[in-house]
Write a protein that binds this ligand. Structure first.
Ligand SMILES: [Zn+2]
Length: 210
């Protein structure tokens, strides 16, 4: 399936320049793993940006460098499906090597039955990186965001007041957006989210949040 929702040009420029926070970068990279169109755009964007190395004189390539790199790449172990404890997570192979080691992490989540999440290690990041799992047809409570949230659907899909997102789709939500997502009825939904300000519940749950 070809994704219908993509990062903005501004985000892809930030990505090409290496200016994205590491958590946001990983969410964009997960989208690139699905999206041939954006994969093709990144080098085009990078080519239009100023390249400080452009003036450097060309260096001769050491002989046999390519062959030795190829040998090293071939010797790398094949990525394996991510696990959390004894559970193998049904995530697409295209993102296996992007995810950190999840094996010792603990599931959290009490906001809604059928919803749980893992807080992923995100070194040098100011944002939180989360792997979220909603069982099919699970409703997440109405909420807004205190900062920016970038999300990327890994499997299944979500529907809210603004439309439907399916595997490969990328979405950026700002503080103004209040929504009540529900997982599509036919498949569990897994998504990768990077959040830099937290979530603000706006329904009755707002009375219980600190
Ligand atoms: Zn795309």
């Amino acid at each position: 399936m070809i994704p219908a929702h993509h990062p903005s040009t501004e985000r892809l420029v930030d990505y090409a320049l290496g200016h994205l926070d590491p958590s946001f970068r990983l969410v964009v990279e997960a989208h690139l793993a699905f999206c041939e169109g954006c994969r093709a755009r990144v080098p085009q964007i990078a080519a239009t940006l100023e390249d400080p190395l452009q003036e450097a004189p060309p260096q001769p390539v050491p002989s046999r460098l390519f062959e030795s790199l190829l040998t090293r790449v071939r010797a790398l172990p094949a990525p394996t499906a991510p696990r959390c404890g004894n559970e193998i997570l049904p995530l697409p192979a295209s993102v296996w090597n992007l995810l950190p080691n999840l094996s010792s992490l603990t599931w959290q989540g009490a906001a809604s039955p059928g919803f749980r999440f893992l807080r992923l290690p995100a070194p040098q990041s100011d944002a939180e990186l989360l792997l979220l799992h909603l069982r099919k047809a699970c409703r997440f409570p109405e909420h807004g965001h205190l900062g920016t949230e970038q999300s990327m659907i890994l499997c299944g899909g979500l529907q809210d007041e603004f439309g439907t997102l399916e595997a490969g789709d990328y979405e950026e939500s700002t503080a103004e957006k209040i929504h009540r997502p529900v997982a599509l009825a036919d498949e569990d939904c897994w998504l990768l989210s990077s959040v830099d300000g937290g979530v603000r519940f706006t329904g009755w749950r707002r009375f219980f949040q600190p």
